[in-house]
Structure formats: C-alpha cells, structure tokens
Ligand binder design. Structure first.
Ligand SMILES: Cc1cc2nc3c(=O)[nH]c(=O)nc-3n(C[C@H](O)[C@H](O)[C@H](O)COP(=O)(O)O)c2cc1C
Length: 383
C-alpha cells in the first residue's frame, strides 16, 4: 500500500489518480444508478415516443450536458427544447456545440423510430431560429408515422455500446487506411467527413490539440465552467447524472484521496490542476489518427446536420473497434482560442471558408463504461 504522502512526493499519484493502478476499481466502481438509462432503453414503455426517446437520451453532448427537454404533444408527436441551464457560454459561446448535440439526439430519434417501423418526420426550428443564440423556441418538432417503407438503420445496433474514451490509446497499434475509409460511409449530404493517420498530420494535430487544451485549462473563467459541472465520486454522480463524471477510473480514487476536489482543480498551484492538465494532454499525445467533419455553412441547420452525421461516424468507429474521443478545444469560439481556431481551419478546411464542426482522435484502448444519464422521465416537461 502506498501512503498518501509517498504519492504526493513521488509523482506516483498520476498513475493512481487516473486509474492506471486499478485495484480500487473492483471495490468501488462507477455510480450505477446514473447509468441505469443504458439498461432500460430497450425495455419498452408502451408509447412509441417514449420508446424512441429512451434511446435518444443516450446521445453524446458537450460535457454530457444533455441539454434536451421534451414536451409530449398529441399522440405520436413531441417537441424538443433547449434547457437554458445546460448551455456552456464560455466554451461554447455561439451554442454551436450544444446544437451539434441536438443533432446527435435527433439522429438517434430517427434510428430508434426506424427500428420500430416508424418514420420520424423531423422539423428543425419550426418556430424560427436565431443564428446568434438558442432561445426558448423549439429546436425540433418530431412526428412519428407508421411507414412500411422505412428501413432499419444498421448503425442502430451499436447505440447502446457507443462510448467516448478519454484513455490514452495504444501507441503501438496503428489505424489502417481501410478502417479510416469506412468512417466516411455514414456522412450525411451536407456534411463532409475526413479521416487520416498520416504521420505528419497526426503529429501536427496532436500538438495543436494540446496547445488548445492548454489555453482552455489556463483560461480561468473557461476552466471554471468545466469544473463547475464536474461531479466527483459515486454519490455526487448518482445525484447529478450529467456533466463530467469523475467517479470511475478517474474520480472515486481521487475523491477518496481528497485530491480532486473542484477547488483543488481550479488552483493553478495544486497537483490536481497539473494532473488534470497532464491527463488530457497525454490523451491528445496518444492520438493514432483523427477524424473530422466540415460543413459549407455554419447555420443552425448545418450544425444539426453535423451532429446527426457525427453520431453516425462515432457509431461506425465504435463498431469497428476504434476508441473515439472528440477534441473540441481548438474549434471553440472564445477569444483566447482565436489563434488555434484559425490554425485548425487552415489545416483542415484549407482556407475554403468551410467550418470544421468536429474533430476526434482515434486509436485502440481498453473498453470503457457508459457515461451518466438523467432518466427520461426527468427530461419531460409539460407543454
Ligand atoms: C459537440 C460535442 C463536443 C464534444 N467535445 C468534447 C471534448 O472536447 N472533449 C471530450 O472529452 N469530449 C467531448 N465530447 C464528448 C462528450 O463529452 C460525451 O459525449 C459526453 O460526455 C457523454 O459521453 P458518451 O459520449 O460516452 O455518452 C463532445 C461531444 C459533443 C457532442
């Protein structure tokens, strides 16, 4: 047994803090209650809308904010709204990433509906939209219609196994070009998807991602926004099944050691601050390939389409056994990031004026568990 003092002084902490030690895992484990929606999605709730929505809430969203609120209307219809409490104004001042999350949600609605022989007629922003900020008007209206001509989507079989992995990837295992080529198959019409394992490009993107992460972590108000939605340890995550959960490999250990409190992480002099930086920087440095998507315009509609396409890309990647980790820092629109935003657009959009909507690192790593979710019931609102 290593003493806390020894950990603090030898630097062995980073191994234990971030779960490379591992023994504790078997005795503690992640908050289970917070993961229940993954186990109950297929249960069947007796209303096709709820059956569809039980899958849609498993969609990825920035910082796992799950910004969706659902108003059930007439039979077969529902409206999707954005919860203003779940925006990320510092890292996502234009609400672009949150909108992408809604795109992921709507694509899973469509897939789950198709699986049940239903066509999902989705109307984006039926009461209009703002290109500056999302407001209280619905993001989408969805109508489920029985339609014998609807085909199930083969990607749907992977929805319960889709994972974001922040582990370091195996640096001895390359991603071959044929595997990367398959990622493009899921792209939707208005979205272009690219993937590369080219050594020079991967080296450059690893550096860029790390530089951008440094800006995000070193900019106090931006860092604080992320820290504010971190939940440390099993009890906190079960009580707050959203945000950045530090309960599994990262959190329970550190929570127990008292090192990863929100206060400590926010203190640039602390070990928690440095280790948090190193953890994500190590992830960036272990990227073995990258996948990214671009759109011609950057309208709300384009962002929703980018989200729909993105979750498809992730489902394909996971089905191919690839670990998948979005790295959005350089794509963020806050002023301190401007230099890296420009750099990444020069690199990946070739000065075309297209918007790079998403970037993820790819590689191979051990399997990770699902992230927390609110229950579906708790996301329903009266209309
Ligand atoms: C628009 C968008 C941007 C994201 N950016 C990041 C990111 O920069 N870093 C990261 O670790 N995860 C990022 N993610 C992944 C989310 O954190 C993840 O989807 C969420 O925590 C839920 O986990 P899950 O995907 O395993 O269900 C992003 C997801 C979306 C939809």
């Amino acid at each position: 047994m290593v003493s806390r003092r020894a950990l603090l002084t030898t630097g062995a902490a980073s191994a234990l803090v971030f779960g490379l030690g591992g023994a504790w895992w078997h005795t503690t484990g992640p908050a289970r209650h917070a993961r229940e929606p993954w186990n109950t999605a297929s249960a069947g709730l007796g209303d096709p809308r709820l059956d569809v929505l039980a899958y849609a809430i498993l969609a990825p969203s920035p910082h796992n904010m799950q910004p969706w609120r659902i108003g059930l209307g007439e039979v077969g219809r529902f409206a999707v709204y954005c919860d203003p409490e779940r925006l990320l104004p510092e890292t996502d001042p234009a609400h672009r990433q949150i909108t992408i999350g809604f795109g992921c949600f709507l694509e899973l609605c469509r897939q789950a509906a198709a699986e049940a022989g239903l066509r999902a007629d989705i109307r984006y922003f039926p009461e209009g939209q703002s290109d500056s900020l999302l407001d209280e008007r619905p993001v989408a209206h969805v109508k489920l219609v029985e339609d014998a001509s609807v085909n199930p989507d083969p990607l749907f079989s992977g929805v319960l196994d889709r994972r974001t992995s922040r582990l370091p990837f195996d640096n001895s295992r390359e991603v071959d070009p044929d595997t990367l080529a398959e990622l493009q198959a899921g792209a939707l019409d208005d979205v272009e998807v690219f993937a590369s394992a080219d050594t020079a490009l991967v080296t450059e993107l690893r550096e860029l991602a790390t530089d951008a992460w440094r800006v995000e972590w070193d900019t106090a108000r931006v860092r604080r926004e992320s820290i504010d939605v971190m939940h440390v340890g099993k009890a906190e995550v079960d009580a707050n099944p959203y945000g950045i959960a530090l309960d599994d490999r990262i959190g329970s250990t550190t929570g127990m050691l008292g090192m990863m409190s929100r206060e400590a992480m926010d203190d640039p002099e602390s070990m928690a601050y440095r280790e948090s930086f190193k953890f994500y920087a190590a992830a960036c440095a272990s990227s073995m390939a990258f996948v990214w998507s671009t759109t011609r315009t950057n309208t709300r509609r384009a962002q929703l389409e980018a989200g729909r396409s993105w979750v498809r890309t992730q489902l394909i990647a996971n089905a191919l056994g690839l670990s998948f980790h979005p790295l959005s820092q350089a794509l963020q629109e806050f002023p301190e990031m401007a230099e890296h935003y420009k750099r990444i657009h020069a690199l990946l959009a070739n000065g075309s004026g297209d918007t790079v909507q998403m970037l993820a690192r790819l590689g191979y790593a051990a399997a990770v568990g699902p992230s927390p979710r609110h229950t579906l019931e708790s996301r329903l609102i009266p209309v």
